[in-house]
Design a protein around this ligand. Sequence first.
Ligand code: GLA
Length: 377
Amino acid sequence: MIDLKRRFQELFGGSPRIFRAPGRVNLIGEHTDYNDGFVMPAAIHLSTWVAIAPRLDQKLIVHSENFSETVELSDGAANSWSRYVHGVARVLERMGHRLPGANLLINTELPIGAGLSSSAALEVAVGYALLSISGFDLDRTALARACQQAEHEFAGVRCGMMDQMIACHGHAQHVMMLDTRSLEYELLPLPIDASLIVSNTMVKHNLAATGYNTRRAECETAARAFGCSLRDVSLSDLEDKRVGLGENIYRRARHVVTENARVQSAALALKSKNPAEFGRLMHESHYSLRDDYEVSCKELDIMVEIASRLDGVFGARMTGGGFGGCTVSLVRRNCVEKFRHVLTERYEKATGLRPEVYVCGAAPGVEEMTDDSNTGS
Ligand code: GLA
């Protein structure tokens, strides 16, 4: 990780404030957040960092350390990564926040396009930083909404609220059981004797270019047939309409209906300290995403199968939007090192790709770093 303050000084001069927003791993509840359903993400330590200082003019000048590129956003020109920055600034201004010009330096530890919410971390870090230097009060849920809106309009992904909500409201050592309809949530402690392991298949996805928006449209077709959101549909309602819906739409809806039930059972399993039951639900979720929702891919399936057979594994599944990206495994603490080693070896042998494996604790949501030792250096 670079020394952000020093780098900022080299690029722009002056002394910036530093902010970070976390990536996330979703333990269970996939593709339910745009159906008013339940999700259970945790914020992770891999984060996006923003160093920022106001300018005297109205320009937004943004440097990405990862892309080695500087972009001036005052004229609205925005490329693949800067459109998120541009989008968040525009949406916040539309909400009535008059933002000053600013210099921003951005650096992320998150693998991009790997299903760990690098986009939401960028949006939330930038939005929080812009509001903070402007002296506006921060309502974190309103910020999450603004960031979701920016992603819809400026990145073309009709995402739900999960990623932005956890980046805003994450809590150390806790997962968030979120009702995406009311946006009420409960923080649940992670099992103390188990670790969350995120493994990157190294197959990149680009949600705007894959089936994400198509899946959302398929769910909307199903919801229209019921006259309510899929959150309110039961399995027996679904069976009754199977023929009318057609097999494809029926299976998409079946994933959403069964996944919502699994998230609720998973919350009970966590509360009753039953990691084995939690892990069983993770496996079921993966199979439903693979077979009914069809958002997995060969490499994700191979990795989940390898993980599931290793010692001390309670459960494993793909995580995030799919079509590539990462898996998440819940693994007994004393088996983590062996898991990491054997998974890497077997996955590489099966696919020719060397995975990246991260042992993750749950991290806090977006924050300003005030302690020098914690400024991303
Ligand atoms: C992406 C979206 C989220 C959610 C997941 C799938 O991460 O940004 O809103 O829909 O996919 O669960």
